[in-house]
Design a protein around this ligand. Structure first.
Ligand SMILES: Nc1nc2c(ncn2[C@@H]2O[C@H](COP(=O)(O)OP(=O)(O)OP(=O)(O)O)[C@@H](O)[C@H]2O)c(=O)[nH]1
Ligand SMILES: [Zn+2]
Length: 225
C-alpha cells in the first residue's frame, strides 16, 4: 500500500473512532411506505409464519393475531422508528442557577432485542449537569421511551439516549446507565433468569471519576473503577 493510502486508511479509522455510528441501521427508503401499507404487509408475513407452523388461522382466538401483531409492531413496539414521533423536548432557562447534577432515575424501559425480537425490560437512569438550559423532567422519560421503541442492542440504545439529550441540552455533560433483562437470555438459549445487562455512557464532565461516582451514588449502583 502506498503511504498516501495508509494515511487515508488511518484517517478513516480515526473518524470512525471519534464519531461512532449510533444510528439505527435503516434503509434509505424506509419512510416511502405508509403505516397502513406496513401493517398490511406485516399482517401477511405473520399469517405466513403462523400458517407454516401449522396453526389453524380460522380458529376464533388466532384469526385476529396477524393484524394485531402488525399493528403492535408499527404503532407500538417499533413506533420509535419514525423520526416524526421524536418527542419535542421543551427546554427552559436555568434561572435558579442550579449547578449540580440532575438525575432522573428508575425510568421504566421496554425495548426489543434486535437479534431475536424478544423483549428487553429494565430501568434507565439519566443524569445531566445544566450549562444554562434545563429540560422538563418527563422529557427524559419520553426520550428513553422513543429510542427504546426500536429493535435495539442495549449498547446503542444507551448511546442514542445520551446523544439526544446532549443535543437538546446543548451540553456534553450527560450520562445514562441502563440495567435490563433480555428475554433472549432469560427465557430461551442459556435461560438464565437471574442475569441482567448493565450499560453506561458518560459524556463531558461525567467522564471524571468523581462525577461518575456521584451519579452512581444517586442511582445506588455499585461500579468498580
Ligand atoms: N451485545 C449485545 N448482545 C446482545 C444484545 N441482546 C442480545 N444479545 C446477544 O446477541 C447474541 C446473538 O448471538 P447468536 O449466537 O447469533 O444467537 P443465538 O444462537 O440465538 O445465541 P444464544 O442466545 O446464545 O442461543 C446472543 O449472545 C445474545 O445474548 C444486546 O443488547 N447487546
Ligand atoms: Zn436477543
Amino acid at each position: 500500500m502506498k503511504k498516501d493510502n495508509i494515511d487515508e486508511a488511518i484517517d478513516e479509522m480515526g473518524d470512525a473512532f471519534v464519531s461512532p455510528n449510533t444510528e439505527t441501521p435503516m434503509r434509505k427508503d424506509a419512510f416511502d411506505i405508509s403505516d397502513e401499507e406496513k401493517i398490511e404487509r406485516i399482517q401477511k408475513d405473520v399469517k405466513n409464519i403462523m400458517d407454516t407452523l401449522g396453526l389453524d388461522l380460522t380458529d376464533d382466538s388466532l384469526k385476529g393475531t396477524p393484524k394485531r401483531v402488525a399493528k403492535m409492531f408499527v404503532k407500538e413496539i417499533f413506533g420509535g422508528l419514525h423520526p416524526q414521533l421524536k418527542p419535542k423536548a421543551s427546554t427552559f432557562q436555568n434561572k435558579y442557577k442550579y449547578g449540580e447534577m440532575l438525575v432522573e432515575k428508575n425510568i421504566t424501559l421496554y425495548s426489543t432485542c434486535e437479534h431475536h425480537l424478544l423483549p428487553i425490560v429494565g430501568r434507565a437512569h439519566v443524569g445531566y449537569i445544566s450549562n444554562g438550559t434545563v429540560v422538563g423532567l418527563s422529557k427524559m422519560n419520553r426520550i428513553v421511551d422513543y429510542y427504546a421503541k426500536r429493535p435495539q442492542v442495549q449498547e446503542r440504545l444507551t448511546m442514542q439516549i445520551v446523544k439526544e439529550l446532549q443535543e437538546v441540552l446543548g451540553t456534553e455533560d450527560v450520562a445514562c446507565v441502563i440495567d435490563a433483562k433480555h428475554l433472549c437470555v432469560n427465557s430461551r438459549g442459556i435461560r438464565d433468569i437471574e442475569s441482567s445487562t448493565v450499560t453506561s455512557e458518560y459524556g463531558g464532565r461525567f467522564k471524571d471519576p468523581e462525577a461518575r461516582r456521584d451519579f452512581l451514588d444517586y442511582i445506588n449502583l455499585e461500579t468498580e473503577f
